[in-house]
Design a protein around this ligand. Structure first.
Ligand code: CA
Ligand code: CA
Length: 319
């Protein structure tokens, strides 16, 4: 009986050892990723800890160590986890419910920021940075920006041109890209925060997080130079204003789930303020609209990518 137990233990050890070996071998395979493999630093010197994904294949299991996991999300990626799709770096935005808009007590708020509850039912990927001129050049083959520099955010791109950018990326079949809905933008900007800015209410601290009229010295700046928000998104306050997919209008009354704005309108939503604008225009809740065909040197964008099936957390009920 005892020898039988020893035999089973040995058998288990052998199986464990063999699966460990096969796991290591998988890591070497082109484009093949085992469930717990994280490819670190490709030849372009990408940030360590980034999950490299090609052609829409995703393992969704990059382990970042002991921290995180405030939200139990067994199946999907964790909030703030990053991944690269089509050479653009994204951050995972988890599903959740938040208060969109600003309270009456918020300094210098506008009337179009009525507070209402919004639920984002599906996690999604959002661009970690504003789309750069290098990325625009690579997809569109053009250099429309007024300020020149590969690492600068692209500007002088109309809402319609940004749709063409998204459609071009999608036509390559790598994934489902889109502009963020306005609610997704604010939800991601806040990253759980409730103050005027993602870092709190202090205008004085904005200098650490964004380029605006007081520190922007009348130009755009390379993406990612300031501090990110809690989910690792950069330049959500300032640098270039960012197009959202919605028509601009007053918010409807009452709570909403996955809102995408009205079905028609005369201008598209801009969010986050810019190098040209005052601090109040960089607030998380601040919103305005601009005509879809008109490019400006203060306006750029970032894109989102829909989650693959297996990335949805099981709690995220698609209505
Ligand atoms: Ca921005
Ligand atoms: Ca406004």
């Amino acid at each position: 009986m005892k020898s039988m137990q020893i035999y089973i233990v040995l058998l288990l050890l052998t199986v464990t050892a063999l699966s460990a070996v096969s796991c290591v071998q998988k890591t070497d395979g082109e484009g093949e990723e085992s469930a717990d493999t994280v490819q670190i630093a490709g030849d372009e010197g990408e940030a360590a800890g980034t999950t490299e994904i090609d052609g829409g294949e995703e393992d969704g299991a990059s382990q970042t160590g002991g921290e995180g996991a405030q939200i139990p999300e067994p199946a999907g990626p964790t909030p703030g986890e990053t991944a690269i799709f089509d050479e653009i770096e994204f951050v995972w935005i988890p599903p959740g419910t938040f208060t969109m808009g600003s309270p009456q007590s918020e300094k210098e708020r506008d009337d179009d920021e009525q507070e209402h509850q919004v639920t984002i039912s599906q996690g999604f990927w959002m661009g970690k940075y504003e789309v750069t001129q290098a990325q625009w050049q690579s997809v569109m083959g053009s250099t429309p920006s007024h300020f020149k520099g590969a690492g600068l955010p692209v500007e002088r791109v109309s809402w319609r041109k940004c749709q063409t950018f998204v459609q071009t990326l999608n036509s390559d079949g790598g994934g489902e890209y889109r502009l963020p809905a306005e609610a997704e933008w604010e939800y991601a900007c806040r990253a759980g925060s409730t103050g005027a800015y993602s870092f709190g209410d202090s205008e004085a601290d904005l200098d650490n997080y964004g380029w605006y009229s007081a520190n922007g010295i009348s130009k755009t700046h390379s993406v990612g130079e300031k501090m990110p928000n809690a989910w690792g998104l950069y330049d959500m306050h300032g640098n270039v204003w960012e197009w959202c997919s919605d028509w601009y209008a007053q918010y409807p009354d009452g709570p909403e789930t996955d809102p995408t704005g009205p079905s028609s309108g005369s201008s598209r939503v801009l969010r986050g303020g810019s190098w040209f604008l005052e601090a109040r225009d960089c607030r998380s809740a601040y919103r305005t609209g601009h005509t879809a065909h008109s490019p400006l040197t203060i306006v750029g964008f970032r894109i989102c990518r829909a989650a693959d099936e297996e990335e949805h957390a099981p709690e995220a009920d698609p209505q």
